[in-house]
Design a protein around this ligand. Structure first.
Ligand code: GTP
Ligand code: MG
Length: 339
């Protein structure tokens, strides 16, 4: 199990693979010195732990490990109202920081996305992220240091994370959304406004690849996509419902489009992110008997065969298997696989 260096967790499809759950599980099991959130408030993560359920849009999902320092990356974009209300709700003031140069989304950005036809056409979440990112590219965007009310949360996150790594600590980085929504590598133009790959996450944090020890690409047992853009093998609403695969977006509340697990998309995501291992969530949705199994031996035979087939085709070990909503409903094979 990782004890030092960087571990990056990346989404392998179109986001909502359950990274929130995987990152929160890994923060409890690998005890990182810090957990870093990249991306922006258009990406929601759900964490179910200790009989509670949180829907997060700013705070790193690893907050559940109480000893971890929590950071918002320099390249991230934050809505300060969302940030401050999550910090208050979780009672994590004093252990969460954002970079002085983290970008800030304002009301103006949200209004722009809600009214601009171009953003609607692209299937925007209308959370102001795309509009704020365009301002950043134009060098007009205000940064965290421009807002006195954020001063108590500000630090040089790059410097602090590098110091932790140089002194042999373990840092967990949460990439955002999914590989196929990457501005550069995804289904352009139906993509998000940043690179969502493992390299993109490192770039947002501002550290080089030399520290990276582990790259876990997370897939769900089926594919979902919110909003417009290609989705190979898409099921009709009725078929998705019949198979019990209907989901609604954390941020938008929109029903998600659904397709069966896609090996081609998965293989490309594994290769492009140079995955060391793969996590698969929601096995219990396909195989109800797998519900909250915690050992490989407890999985039904058809679930084992399904997972082994993926492992063979992707040629990368499946280290973590999600078997239920709760952070503890996982089968973790990292130790036996020596990852
Ligand atoms: P990311 O954006 O990748 O972080 O995923 P998400 O958290 O946004 O996904 P979503 O909003 O769809 O929430 C996932 C839901 O599925 C949460 O309620 C999780 O607790 C739950 N979940 C995660 N992993 C599993 C799993 O293995 N089985 C089941 N049944 N539920 C899971
Ligand atoms: Mg999500």
């Amino acid at each position: 199990m990782t004890t030092e260096g960087v571990h990056i967790v990346v989404g392998g499809f179109f986001g909502d693979e359950g990274k929130g759950k995987i990152v929160s599980y890994l923060s409890l099991s690998t005890r990182p010195a810090a957990v870093v959130r990249t991306g922006a408030t258009n990406a929601g993560h759900t964490v179910v732990c200790c009989n509670k359920k949180w829907k997060l849009r700013a705070v790193p999902s690893g907050f559940v490990y109480e000893k971890a320092r929590l950071y918002i990356a320099r390249g991230a974009l934050i809505d300060k109202d969302v940030f401050t209300s999550e910090v208050k709700e979780l009672g994590i003031k004093g252990r969460i920081w954002m970079d002085s140069m983290t970008g800030i989304i304002t009301e103006e950005h949200k209004i722009k996305e809600q009214t601009d036809e171009h953003f609607t056409k692209l299937g925007s979440t209308k959370t102001g992220v795309g509009a704020a990112m365009s301002d950043r590219v134009l060098r007009k965007l205000k940064l965290a240091k421009d807002f006195p009310e954020l001063s108590e949360f500000l630090t040089d996150t790059q410097k602090e994370i590098l110091e932790l790594l140089e002194s042999g600590n373990h840092v967990l980085i949460e990439a955002t959304q999914g590989y196929w929504l990457s501005l550069y590598h995804g289904t352009y133009p139906y993509v998000t406004s940043r690179d969502t790959s493992a390299c993109g996450a490192l770039s947002e944090v501002g550290i080089g690849p030399r520290y990276v020890k582990r790259i876990t690409v997370v897939f769900k047992a089926y594919v979902t996509r919110v909003g417009t853009g290609p989705l190979p093998g898409e099921l009709s609403f009725e078929e998705a419902k019949r198979r019990g695969l209907l989901e609604y977006g954390t941020v938008t509340g929109r029903p998600r489009r659904v397709a069966p697990f896609n090996y081609d998309l998965a293989l490309k995501a594994v290769k492009a992110n140079s995955a060391t291992d793969v996590a698969i969530t929601k096995i219990d949705v396909l195989f109800p008997e797998a519900r909250c199994a915690k050992r490989w031996e407890d999985l039904p035979g058809d679930a084992k065969r399904w997972i082994e087939n993926i492992e063979e085709r992707l040629k990368v070990p499946i280290s973590i298997i999600g078997t239920g909503e709760d952070v503890n409903c996982v089968i973790d094979r990292s130790n036996e696989l020596n990852i």
